[in-house]
Design a protein. Sequence first.
Lengths: 169, 140
Amino acid sequence: MKQSDFLKVVLPFKDKVFRLAKRLLVSTEEAEDATQELLFKLWKSKEKIADYKNVEAFAMTMTKNYCYDRLKSKQANNLTLVHTNYKEKETSLDKKIEHQDSVNQVHELIKDLPEQQKIIIQLRDVEQYDFDEICKMVDMKPTAVRVALSRARKTIREALIKKHNYGVS
Amino acid sequence: MELANIEILLEKYEKAETSLQEETTLRNYFTGGNVAPHLQEYEYMFNYFANSKDETYTRTIELEPKKSKKRNLKWLSVAASIVLLLSVFIGKHEYERYQAKKQFAQISKGLMLLSSNLKKGEKALASLHIYENTVNKILK
């Protein structure tokens, strides 16, 4: 496999890898490093990749595992602490400030979810993967994925309602 | 899409039973801007999901290993081994010189002893020479 062929395979999902890494690692720099590292790992195992039917799912699984490792290592823990007050800049495209705040709130709420729910909501609601694919990526049973997803969605919605009502009354 | 239908879909959505297609319907409704007030929290959620997808990886992809780091390490080890070799060599050289000096001192001490003893013998021989001379004088 040549470099150009490899890039053709990798380019369509590099952003998804990056976004999943960012969801888990919080900071943009960490996520960028993780993405670079992952793409490099994929490139090194390019001979194997040729045999895989679904490189994308494989890459997402690798991303998940890599980020878990990063989070487990003490170094990354320190970094996430530093970045807890990190502000999301990409969503500031929106017009109304009030609206904007609420949209940002979703980001904060997802940050507080358990890692597993974070991954699943990222894969489903942001990247819109099939349930079958998600099951493969996270190595879980379909029912477990649905339960986790349902829980995550409910948690976010309830927290949003709570905050909204609090602001009104 | 009518509101009643959306509400049914939302119920399914919350139980994570919606298909991707149904979720697209929901997304289109909630990002369209015309959302019923009592469903506002969903608007935030779906807008956030949609916005999140715009984020991209902007760095250039590097497929070559970070050579500089590894090369530095390689050269460092080469330099270290040269230094080690040199120091061993110089150390051995110095040691040999020290040994040679020591040997030289010992040998010269031994030779001194020998020569002083030889001198004693020579003196004795010199007196023998005088004796021979006098003997010759008398016998002439």
